[in-house]
Ligand binder design. Structure first.
Ligand SMILES: Cc1cc2nc3c(=O)[nH]c(=O)nc-3n(C[C@H](O)[C@H](O)[C@H](O)COP(=O)(O)OP(=O)(O)OC[C@H]3O[C@@H](n4cnc5c(N)ncnc54)[C@H](O)[C@@H]3O)c2cc1C
Length: 451
């Protein structure tokens, strides 16, 4: 590769997408720097769960050095054994066994956000600049881009990538017509340090899996059981598979990661079910609110709301992007939530950000190798990313009641939709052909069939 073809890439945002792209570029010998507003590598993100699917695994395998990809696999929580659907009275509507995780790519993985971030920062310490809040950019007549930061500093590059999440400052300047709107849903989430007592309050299949409670009035709750390869002191647990113990022991990221085994819940419903000041509530006010909102739920679920570590509780207003028609390609581009914020309905926002990173790294690799001009390469990436990105925004909004307009949230219709939903999941549970179809569609959507 000739050095004059290699673009110098500036990435704003050290989230999953930005960091995966930085690895992908580094692997191709392309100079890159990442600018992150957080002050340190442990700020901001908490250890909440994110589900990484075959699309995300595939992107990570392509972008990361092989040993770091193995470390990613070793740092995942135990793979969920079941997807369980529950009523608010703790009755099991369906308990669907999920596929195992023998294949590092074609499997579903549960990761802690903080842990994945530590994995992705590994090996990039010299190019990630913290405490750099991006404020704006300028495109110079010589084809260079200048990024400006709140501390008065600036950086010059050939390409600027906005990987700065849902409220992207890069997008606001670049595509001022792009609209991010509220999906009409509020969620409260919190974690409970793992204990026998907490685990015992969930029904059997939920103890090693992920579960979804569908309740009247459009209330839903997701439950995750997260068990990692290390104990509460950060020591490696007995019985780690293969060379996981060695990978974990030699991985410096564990020093920065305070994730420990936990059980988490996320309760959501339409905005109008929550008090107007919900976004200003904190800690115990939020866990008390979860109890107030669920008076008729099974006492064990209510006990789990009450048992949460109040310091981990936070409220979220779910946002979603409006589709943006294809834009004219320049040396400024976007990836992940900055381009296409989606509700958590399908659980694919992070996976889509990782897919973007993989494709953009490939495209810039083509430019660096002299096989494509720079704008052509960015244009190729955008031509692929924009349609699938906004398709996933649309699919996510239609799933799991994460749009306030979903019939599940309507007063009368909602009851009928809940009943139909339960009938469907009972069929998934009891009729092998329906279960197979459900799983095939789930895994296909999440990238299991992609090349
Ligand atoms: C409740 C919930 C559950 C979810 N569960 C899943 C799931 O199971 N699976 C899944 O695939 N997705 C899930 N998602 C979506 C997922 O979290 C996002 O899609 C993903 O984090 C997007 O990655 P990103 O790199 O684009 O942006 P982010 O992860 O948001 O990273 C953006 C980074 O940019 C930085 N930044 C922002 N502004 C600036 C600035 N001005 N200057 C410098 N830096 C800046 C931020 O600090 C941050 O580090 C979930 C989302 C929610 C809300």
């Amino acid at each position: 590769m000739s050095s004059e073809n290699r673009p110098h890439v500036l990435i704003v945002g050290a989230g999953f997408g930005g960091l995966a792209l930085a690895h992908g570029l580094r692997q191709r010998g392309i100079p890159v720097a990442v600018y992150e507003r957080y002050r340190s590598r442990t700020d901001g993100l908490h250890g909440y769960r994110v589900g990484i699917d075959p699309t995300g695994n595939r992107a990570l395998r392509e972008c990361l050095p092989p040993r770091l990809f193995d470390t990613f696999v070793a740092t995942c929580a135990r793979t969920p054994s079941h997807f369980t659907v529950l009523t608010e009275k703790k009755k099991i509507t369906a308990a669907v066994p999920l596929r195992g995780d023998a294949d590092p790519v074609n499997s579903e993985r549960s990761v802690s956000r903080q842990t994945l971030r530590q994995v992705l920062l590994t090996g990039l310490e010299d190019i990630v600049h913290f405490d750099k809040r991006f404020t704006g950019y300028e495109r110079r007549p010589d084809g260079k881009v200048v990024a400006y930061f709140a501390d008065g500093s600036s950086a010059v590059g050939d390409v600027l990538v906005g990987a700065d999440g849902a409220n992207s400052q890069v997008r606001q300047q670049y595509l001022p017509h792009a609209v991010l709107k509220e999906a009409g849903i509020t969620s409260i989430a919190a974690k409970i340090p793992m204990s026998r007592e907490a685990l015992g309050l969930l029904p059997g299949p939920s103890r090693t899996g992920l579960s979804l409670t569908f309740a009247p009035k459009g209330f839903m709750c997701i439950w995750h059981v997260m068990e990692f390869g290390w104990d509460e002191r950060g020591g490696i647990k007995e019985g780690a598979a293969g060379n996981d113990a060695e990978l974990l022991r030699s991985w410096p990221g564990l020093l920065f990661d305070n994730t420990r085994d936990y059980l988490s819940w996320g309760l959501w419903a339409a905005n109008d079910k929550f008090p107007a000041d919900v976004m200003s509530l904190r800690g115990r006010q939020l866990t008390d609110l979860a109890l107030e909102l669920t008076p008729n739920w099974h006492p064990d679920f209510r006990r789990l709301f009450a048992m949460a570590d109040a310091s981990t509780a936070f409220p979220i207003r779910i946002a979603t992007s409006e589709p943006v028609p294809a834009w004219e390609t320049t040396q400024v581009t976007l990836l992940g939530d900055a381009a296409h914020t989606m509700t958590p309905g399908q659980g694919v926002g992070a996976n889509t950000a990782l897919r973007d990173a993989m494709l953009l790294a490939r495209a810039l690799g083509e430019a660096a190798a002299g096989r494509r001009d720079l704008l052509g390469a960015i244009g190729d990436y955008e031509a692929e990313m924009i349609p699938y990105g906004f398709a996933r925004v649309k699919d996510s909004l239609a799933q799991n009641g994460t749009s306030g307009d979903d019939p599940l949230h309507k007063p009368v219709l909602g009851r009928a939709v809940l009943a139909a939903n339960r009938t469907y999941f009972r069929a998934v549970d009891r009729i092998p052909a329906v279960r197979r179809k459900f799983l095939d569609e789930l895994y296909a959507y999440r990238g299991a069939d992609e090349a």
